[in-house]
Design a protein around this ligand. Structure first.
Ligand SMILES: Cc1cc2nc3c(=O)[nH]c(=O)nc-3n(C[C@H](O)[C@H](O)[C@H](O)COP(=O)(O)OP(=O)(O)OC[C@H]3O[C@@H](n4cnc5c(N)ncnc54)[C@H](O)[C@@H]3O)c2cc1C
Length: 434
């Protein structure tokens, strides 16, 4: 049996649900395919949800979305083996009527988001894997072949929201698989703790939440970071590093996570917790230079499948939702004009995404992935150690004159990087940050 839809969306993650919701809301006939048992069954995120991008899709989402805590405090930790130097920002401004960031649990959130798309009329088929894109003699994508019996389905346009692996698009030759230095492998655990213990440990009340991002010795010189986020009755803890670094060093993400959990600054935060879930997932971290062709005849690609991820700010789901929404808006406009889904017409999606924060942010940090990779030893080992040495010298009161302590700090810096190294590093970071 061959059926025909206005659009087929592959995947019911952040990008796919945003696209399906927007397309169905505009009255298009949408089919969504999800290989998992239910939306979110296989999806992994820290997870911080950025409210602004969801509001643009479902303005009243706070009424019934499964939200954990709203974030009032963010801590950044530069770690050595036995210490951390911290910077933190906490503000009453984040205790606003409509908070800006929430922690979520993707298995619950994706189900809710998908239900919203279905309420608008999108048809969801779970436990259905899209195996291959169907193309006509000219290469135009005209449908999808699934693993269901007789499961070829035709559509005017296919939205590829299949996540970081993006097998469907690469199999069809629409883009290359991301390289090992363009993706991070992250592992994450959920530790269950009584809500009142979480509130006391993190100095929060009600549904306030705290997030911690940790860089330094935890990644053992590889480009990567650890995180710890508070949920209602659990904390999510995880760590991720670039895949090629794991391959070169032979280290495993699981070892890093075990070490991170035992760090003296982290261990007390997990004390008495019960681990209930463990997950591993890739994150696209190649940045602007890794973004592939975003559209073609009969197709568009959104979210992680399009490498839309801002590793510097740890943002991915918001870029996924925004790209899904913009792709759907572009498709709707083309459909409204009764024009075909050609590459020329679908280039509207690229224009819209270039004009949005998504591509502007990725462009701003275009040189950052290379810097993090080539300078990982300095940025993730040398500098956290130097900062820690400086803090120790500054704070320890032991009868050594302060002038001698300052000299010790400066000579440690000179010994590790030298003046030219220090200036060069500052220039490199400033350039990549522009
Ligand atoms: C450990 C970790 C922590 C993170 N933390 C954050 C964070 O705190 N904040 C943030 O904004 N981002 C975070 N991210 C990034 C964020 O999770 C992603 O950017 C986001 O999930 C991308 O959404 P997506 O819809 O593109 O892909 P996904 O969420 O991966 O969804 C893809 C969907 O497609 C389905 N699928 C794939 N292939 C097929 C097929 N052939 N047929 C049918 N279905 C298919 C999958 O089952 C899946 O449901 C984190 C990522 C990780 C791994």
């Amino acid at each position: 049996m061959i059926e025909r839809f206005d659009a087929i969306v592959i995947g019911a993650g952040m990008a796919g649900n945003a696209a399906a919701f927007t397309l169905a809301s505009r009255g298009l006939n949408v089919l969504q395919l999800e290989r998992g048992e239910y939306p979110g069954a296989k999806n992994v995120q820290g997870a911080i949800l950025y409210a602004n991008m969801l509001e643009k899709i479902i303005p009243d989402f706070r009424e019934d979305a499964p939200l954990e805590r709203h974030v009032v405090e963010q801590r950044f930790w530069f770690m050595t083996e036995r210490a951390h130097t911290g910077m933190q920002y906490r503000s009453e401004e984040f205790n606003e009527e409509k908070p800006n960031r929430y922690t979520i649990i993707r298995s619950q959130f994706d189900r809710w988001f998908s239900k919203k798309a279905q309420e608008k009329g999108a048809i969801l088929l779970t436990e259905t894997t899209a195996l291959e894109l169907v193309q006509d003699a000219y290469g135009k994508v005209i449908g999808v072949r699934t693993d269901r019996a007789g499961g070829t389905i035709m559509a005017d346009v296919v939205v590829l929201a299949e996540g970081v692996n993006g097998l469907l698009g690469t199999r069809a030759g629409l883009r290359k698989s991301p390289k090992a230095d363009q993706v991070a492998l992250a592992v994450k655990e959920m530790h269950f703790i009584a809500p009142e213990v979480i509130e006391q440990r993190f100095n929060i009340q009600g549904d306030e939440g705290v997030v911690i991002e940790a860089a330094g010795a935890v990644s053992e010189g590889m480009a990567g970071m650890g995180f710890l986020y508070t949920n209602k009755e659990s904390v999510s803890i995880g760590i991720g590093c670039i895949v090629s670094d794991f391959a070169e060093t032979g280290k495993s993400p699981y070892q890093l996570l075990e070490k991170f959990k035992k760090h003296p600054s982290i261990r007390p935060l997990l004390e008495g917790s019960e681990v209930k879930e463990y997950a591993a997932h890739l994150i696209p971290e190649g940045g602007f230079k890794a973004v592939p062709q975003l559209f073609g005849d009969g197709w568009v690609v959104v979210g992680d499948a399009a490498q839309l991820n801002n590793a510097v700010h740890r943002e991915g789901s918001n870029l996924a939702m925004t790209s899904g929404r913009l792709a759907a808006e572009a498709i709707f406009q083309i459909k409204s004009r009764r024009e075909p889904m050609t590459a020329e017409n679908l280039s509207l999606y690229e224009k819209m995404i270039n004009d949005s924060f998504v591509m502007k942010d990725l462009k701003k940090y275009k040189d950052m992935p290379a810097l993090l990779h080539t300078q990982s030893q300095n940025l993730f080992l040398t500098y956290p150690q130097l900062v820690s040495t400086a803090m120790e010298n500054f704070l320890r009161v032991d009868g050594v004159p302060k002038i001698d302590k300052e000299k010790a700090t400066v000579s440690a810096m000179k010994a590790k990087r030298g003046w030219t190294g220090l200036v060069g590093d500052a220039v490199r970071v400033a350039r990549a940050w522009r």
